[in-house]
Design a protein around this ligand. Sequence first.
Ligand SMILES: [Zn+2]
Length: 251
Amino acid sequence: MFDVSFIPAFKDNYIWLLTQGKRAFVVDPGHATPVLARLEADGLALEGILVTHHHADHQGGVAELTARWPAKVYAPGNESITGCTHPLSGGECIDVLGQNVRVMAVPGHTRGHLAYYVEGALFCGDTLFGAGCGRLFEGTPEQMSASLASIAALPETTRIYCAHEYTAMNLRFAVAVEPKNAALQTRVARVGELRAAGLPSVPSTLAEEKATNPFLRCQEPAVIAAALEHGAAGCDPVAVFAAIRGWRNNF
Ligand SMILES: [Zn+2]
């Protein structure tokens, strides 16, 4: 398995760096400068780029990186991605540094959003965050619910490599949804310690998200009850998800 580390970018983005010896891939390089600096410092050769969706903070550095390195660019085929060489739609298997990576279609945040899964790790862009999920800019609650359900079906030990450091902010909302969730209180304390020490709160594990992330808990009685108090049209998971997501937008 390749090594995974992060390159911080902008205010709170993580560009994930995958390395096997001196070979490298990056995930969602929104900004080329910090990536070029890291590749140079570590003497790495960039072989490929994985893009989850078209937002500028996820693909803005692709052109500059491919001008310097002859890297393959894997990206959603139905979104406008600069320099895409390998358009994907989900369901494909691609080779990343000798590992089989499964491409998952996870529409909702954007219509072509992809996640990249390799045994033990998921690179999910802006679909799932620590204790939260992405906003529905282009998709429906039905689509996002189905996308999150496909992620929830992965092994519980899967590490969740999301693209932003949003966990502490998301946890404040999660506590409003489930004030009596003990796992949530434990996570609030741990994330507080990590952030106070200047450390990232990610990756988390899928098990941790299932225990604390309200958007993966739309079948829990406490989450259903909170959703009904915030305008849910029913108790089914999609209606609960839609109400919780709408509440979060104005939180
Ligand atoms: Zn985005």
